[in-house]
Design a binder for this molecule. Structure first.
Ligand code: PAF
Length: 280
């Protein structure tokens, strides 16, 4: 695996691959890799001739009181994992390389960036869409792979790519879970044993929504109310949102008559976790 720390060297190399007419896959990450990330790399390997990944903890998607400085950084181990999965190129720039001094240009998907996590983390999705569009401009992949765990991120990136005519296909890969159901996340590392146990309320609330749906409940509100009751009984977890929305527009749905995204976010102490399923 070749490591590139500058935009010019990364771009030269990816263009050289593209000239060979290879289908070029890209897996953007913030490092602290787990099986969820590796499933993206495996999907990329299966669908593409050559795969690049990036590791960049992007400051613009963290709020002033969020965990940018303490976000887990495990670079050596991440490199080993990516190399073992057959990644050919790794782009790992510094913040200074990615953001020139006095950079003031951002990409915002208006009307969507403020929804779900964007509501509780103002500016988060603006940071994501800005860095992803920069990464796409640098790496110029044919296809990019994202985890369905960040379903709102996927919907917003798809919309950005459509609206800005960015020639990158977006593939969303299924959520990878621990054996007890907790969705894998780099932030799970922050949880103490009690919080780790309490965190299961996220996946359980989605499972119960699924059971109610299978029993014939189609109205969104009773599913939302049921999940709120579950969180009320688990005081170690503070519910941020439990919403039922259209998977592409992120607009709330009142009745599940077509595939609908059920998305949940909750705090365990200061750690914020998310999860979702699609019903219908
Ligand atoms: O999902 C992530 O890890 C990040 O939001 C991404 C897409 C790499 C952008 O920084």
């Amino acid at each position: 695996m070749q490591l590139f720390e500058t935009i010019d060297t990364m771009r030269d190399k990816s263009r050289a691959w593209r000239r060979k007419n290879k289908r070029f896959g890209f897996v953007p990450t913030m490092g602290a890799l787990h099986e969820g990330h590796l499933s993206l790399v495996r999907a990329a390997k299966a669908q593409c001739d050559v795969v690049a990944a990036s590791i960049f903890v992007n400051p613009t998607q963290f709020g002033p009181n969020e965990d940018f400085s303490k976000y887990p950084r495990t670079f050596e181990r991440d490199c080993e994992l990516l190399e073992n999965e057959g990644v050919s190129m790794l782009f790992a720039p510094t913040v200074e390389e990615m953001y020139p001094p006095r950079a003031v240009t951002y990409v915002t998907v208006e009307g969507m960036s403020e929804k779900l996590c964007g509501n509780s983390r103002p500016g988060h999705f603006r940071g994501v869409t800005t860095v992803v569009s920069k990464l796409f401009n640098i790496v110029e992949p044919d296809v990019a792979f994202f985890g369905q765990k960040d379903a709102a991120q996927v919907a917003i990136i798809r919309r950005m790519v459509r609206d800005l005519n960015i020639p990158v296909e977006i593939v969303a890969c299924p959520i990878v879970r621990e054996t007890d159901g907790l969705a894998m996340s780099s932030r799970n590392a922050y949880l103490d044993p009690q919080q780790r146990k309490a965190a299961l309320v996220l996946s359980r609330s989605l499972k119960e929504a699924q059971v109610l749906y299978q029993q014939g409940v189609r109205d969104a509100q009773p599913l939302i109310d049921h999940s709120k009751e579950m969180f009320a009984q688990q005081p170690s977890a503070r519910l941020d949102y439990f919403e039922i929305i259209h998977p592409a527009t992120l607009e709330p749905v009142e009745k599940i008559i077509s595939p609908s995204l059920v998305a949940v976010a909750a705090y365990l102490g200061t750690t914020r976790l998310i999860d979702n399923i699609v019903l219908g």
